[in-house]
Write a protein that binds this ligand. Structure first.
Ligand SMILES: [Fe+2]
Ligand SMILES: [Fe+2]
Length: 403
């Protein structure tokens, strides 16, 4: 472990201790100031080594800069902070003691206000620290957090005793943040992307049986995020269903999540255009495949499967589809797998120009496309998976506030 990482762990530990101590005393009690002051000193030490430290809290994961902090995997504060809407914490500049103390007070107020019932509302009503006031501390959801409402499609689905399985707000916020980062910096925050996939995988396996936690679209603006999450979940489900290793399953989950990343380069009015696209618009739309692969590869060479999937997920098994290629070659298995999941989620989602397809009609479409659009083995496995796990689909929908 580097010295810097050690300082980061010391700071996080002291922050948690300060919050715990502060919660024991009434506002204005000198013990609160002492606890906050002790933690501030560790922040100072950290900022001497790393002037702009940043942290992400996702489920039980803590990411410091570009690195997952293993020693803090079970650090309960990662979940506590994420629960109250602090999923990202950035120190943009040297922090003054007063600013840090009021940050801690703010977090403490959120934690105190947090109850299982009021969780989503507390986070939605609390302002994000991003950009407000003169403070150098920016914190908040990695996106905008909203309340979630849960709809179970089938009364036979016994998941009500585990509502956390259906709260996908943290993952949704994180995916939106990943898209923003790609837009702003042309770089994919890989560790956070992997954390999202791990977190989704936990949601899928939190029960004794497999669960496919999918999002239902309410507002078209949420399509990009909702679709990325659903394709990631379906791709992991299918990869697991056909017996791939846990490592491959996660890699397919990342690939599914990033498959349409190139759409950050397509103008929004084209993405959301309800009518037919002009040839120029269509060509721009098709370019999301090449753009996505380029963005992924330039961010991280290790994401070669994700880059291939971004490039190939609209190529049909008979050679049709796009992008245009100069020669024919077989697509990677991950691409054929994500292709089926992509089409399934797209058809099951309401669009401005058509209603959502029913599950049976969607599976029938996939069956008809075996051998022409879809790889036969993959499509048949998908249909078998859906027939087996359809009762285990769990739908959550985001409120318009989360858009
Ligand atoms: Fe696509
Ligand atoms: Fe897609």
């Amino acid at each position: 472990m580097s010295d810097q990482t050690g300082l980061a762990i010391r700071f996080l530990t002291s922050m948690a201790q300060a919050l715990a101590t502060m919660s024991l005393y009434a506002e204005g009690h000198p013990a609160r100031a002492r606890a906050a002051g002790g933690s501030f000193d560790t922040l100072r030490d950290l900022q001497r080594a790393d002037p702009r430290p940043s942290f992400s809290f996702l489920g039980s994961e803590v990411v410091y800069g570009q690195q997952a902090i293993r020693g803090l995997t079970d650090w309960e504060w990662a979940t506590k902070l994420a629960n109250v809407g602090v999923q990202r914490l950035e120190f943009a500049d040297m922090v003054e003691r007063d600013a840090y103390v009021s940050f801690l007070e703010d977090v403490l107020a959120r934690v105190s206000a947090f109850t299982a019932v009021a969780a989503a509302n507390a986070a939605a009503n609390a302002p994000t620290g991003r950009g407000h006031g003169p403070t150098a501390i920016r914190f908040g959801a990695v996106g905008v957090r909203g309340s979630s409402e849960v709809r179970l499609p089938d009364p036979a689905v016994q998941v009500t005793d585990q509502p956390s399985l259906l709260d996908l707000n943290a993952e949704v916020d994180a995916i939106r943040w990943v898209h923003d980062e790609v837009n702003d910096r042309e770089e994919i925050p890989l560790l956070e992307a992997e954390s999202i996939v791990r977190s989704l995988s936990v949601a899928m396996h939190g029960d004794s049986q497999m669960l496919l936690p999918l999002l239902q679209l309410k507002e078209f603006d949420q399509y990009t995020t909702t679709h990325a999450l659903n394709v990631s979940v379906l791709s992991m489900g299918l990869a697991e269903f056909i017996g791939l290793s846990p490592k491959e399953v996660r890699a397919y989950g990342v690939a599914g999540m990033l498959h349409d990343l190139g759409k950050v380069r397509v103008p929004k009015d084209i993405l959301t255009k309800p009518g037919k696209l002009t040839p120029e618009e269509w060509s721009l739309m098709r370019s999301h495949t090449v753009e996505g692969a380029r963005l992924i590869l330039q961010s991280d060479q290790k994401l070669d499967v994700a880059a291939l999937v971004a490039f190939e997920h609209h190529i049909m098994i008979n050679g049709g589809g796009y992008p245009d290629r100069h020669f024919r070659c077989d697509c990677h298995k991950a691409s054929t797998l994500v292709h089926v999941c992509d089409v399934y989620d797209a058809l099951r989602t309401k669009r401005p120009y058509r209603d959502a397809w029913e599950p049976a009609a969607t599976l029938a479409y996939i069956e008809r496309g075996v051998g022409t659009e879809f790889d036969a083995d993959v499509a048949k496995a998908f249909i078998a998976m859906m027939e087996k796990w359809e009762p285990r689909l769990a739908f959550a929908s985001l409120s318009p506030a989360a858009a």
